[in-house]
Ligand binder design. Structure first.
Ligand code: UDP
Ligand code: MG
Length: 326
C-alpha cells in the first residue's frame, strides 16, 4: 500500500486551521479504510512564518492527532516556496503527495479519484476547476486572462489548475532538480513529463479568513510566471526594432521622392530619415543584447534537460533487464 502525504501551506490561517485539520483527517481515515493508501499516511502542515496562532495550533494538533505532521519555516517565504519546502520534506517519506491550500477551496472529495489515477500509472494528477461560480467577477476575469496570457507568452500551464495536485515520489525527485530561485510550480510540473491526468471539481468559497493573495501579489505572481518561463518579451523588442527599420526604409523612399519633387523644407529629409532609421537600429540592438541576457538567464536556472523514465539494457550474460530511474 502506498503512503500518502497531503501537503498544506499555511500563512495566518488560525481561523480555518481547526476545521481544515478535521476535514483532512476524516479524508485520510476514509481513504485508509477504503484501502487506497497506507495506514501511516499523513498530513503535513507547513507554517509559512505566520504571525498569528497557526503554529501553536499545528503543534497542538500534532500532539493529539497521529495523522498530523508539522513543518515550521523560520519566516514568511510565500506560498510557492512554502509548498516546495513541504514537498521536498515528504519526497523521501511518502510514495505519493497531494498539495492543497489550507482554506479547502478545492474539493477534497476528488482526492480519491486522484489516487485512483495514480494507481493507474499517472505520476502527476492535476486538480482542475470546472467552474468558478463563487469567485468574484474580477477574480475570475483576471485569473482567466492570466492563463491565456501565460500560454501566449510561451509558458505551458494547465488551464484552470492552481496548486491542487498529486505528485508521485519520483515526480517530486525530478522536481528537486529544478534549482531555480523564481518558483512557479504549476509551470514546472508539466515539464517533468510522465503520464498525467486531470480531475475536475467546482471551486468553493473560502469558509473563513480572507485571501492571502491581494491584487498586488497576484500581479507579481503573474509577472514572475511569465518572466520565469519565457524570454518572449525580449523577442518583441527585436521585432519592434526590425519593424521600425522597415518603416524607416519606406519613409526614406517617400522623403526622397518628396525631396526630388522639390516640395519640402531643406534639412527635413535627412532628419526625418535618420531619426527613424537610428531608432530602429537602436531597438534592434537592445533586443539582440537582450537575447544574450535572456539566454544567460535561462542557463543560470540549471534546469535538468531531460528526465529518464526507464532504461532497457542487456547485462553481460545477455539477459534483459529494465532499470527504473529515481
Ligand atoms: N500562503 C502561504 N504563504 C503566503 C501566502 C499564502 O503559505 O505568503 C498559503 C495560504 O495559507 C493558503 C494558500 O497559500 O493555504 C493560498 O492562499 P489563499 O487561499 O489566500 O489564495 P487564493 O485562494 O485567494 O488565491
Ligand atoms: Mg484560497
Amino acid at each position: 500500500m502506498d503512503r500518502l502525504a497531503i501537503v498544506v501551506p499555511c500563512y495566518n490561517e488560525e481561523e480555518v486551521f481547526p476545521e481544515t485539520a478535521r476535514q483532512l483527517t476524516e479524508r485520510v481515515k476514509d481513504l485508509i479504510e477504503k484501502q487506497k493508501i497506507a495506514e501511516n499516511s499523513f498530513i503535513l502542515f507547513v507554517n509559512d512564518g505566520s504571525r498569528d496562532r497557526t503554529w501553536p495550533l499545528i503543534r497542538a494538533e500534532f500532539e493529539k492527532n497521529p495523522y498530523v505532521f508539522g513543518l515550521n519555516l523560520a519566516g514568511n517565504v510565500g506560498h510557492q516556496a512554502a509548498l516546495l519546502a513541504g514537498l521536498m520534506t515528504v519526497k523521501d517519506l511518502a510514495d505519493v503527495s497531494i498539495s492543497i491550500d489550507a482554506d479547502l477551496q478545492d474539493d477534497i472529495g476528488v482526492m480519491e479519484e486522484m489516487i485512483d489515477r495514480y494507481h493507474e500509472g499517472c505520476d502527476i494528477v492535476y486538480g482542475v476547476r470546472s467552474q468558478r461560480k463563487t469567485d468574484s467577477f474580477f477574480k475570475k476575469a483576471t485569473a482567466q486572462g492570466f492563463y491565456k496570457f501565460m500560454s501566449a507568452m510561451g509558458a505551458k500551464t494547465v488551464y484552470n489548475h492552481a496548486d491542487y495536485r498529486l505528485m508521485s515520489a519520483r515526480a517530486l525527485q525530478q522536481l528537486s532538480h529544478y534549482e531555480e530561485r523564481n518558483l512557479f510550480l504549476r509551470g514546472i510540473a508539466p515539464l517533468i513529463g510522465y503520464q498525467t491526468a486531470c480531475v475536475y471539481y467546482a471551486r468553493k468559497e473560502r469558509f473563513a479568513g480572507e485571501s492571502k493573495y491581494p491584487l498586488k501579489k497576484m500581479l507579481a505572481f503573474a509577472f514572475d510566471g511569465i518572466t520565469s518561463f519565457s524570454v518572449k518579451p525580449i523577442t518583441f523588442i527585436c521585432v519592434l526594432g526590425l519593424l521600425a527599420i522597415l518603416v524607416s526604409l519606406a519613409a526614406i523612399i517617400y522623403a526622397l521622392v518628396v525631396w526630388i519633387m522639390g516640395d519640402t523644407v531643406s534639412g527635413w529629409t535627412s532628419v526625418f530619415a535618420s531619426i527613424w532609421f537610428l531608432g530602429g537600429v537602436q531597438l534592434l540592438s537592445i533586443g539582440i543584447v537582450g537575447q544574450y541576457v535572456g539566454k544567460t538567464y535561462i542557463e543560470s536556472k540549471k534546469r535538468p534537460l531531460y528526465n529518464i523514465e526507464s532504461f532497457l539494457q542487456h547485462d553481460e550474460k545477455g539477459q534483459a533487464e529494465e532499470k527504473a530511474e529515481n
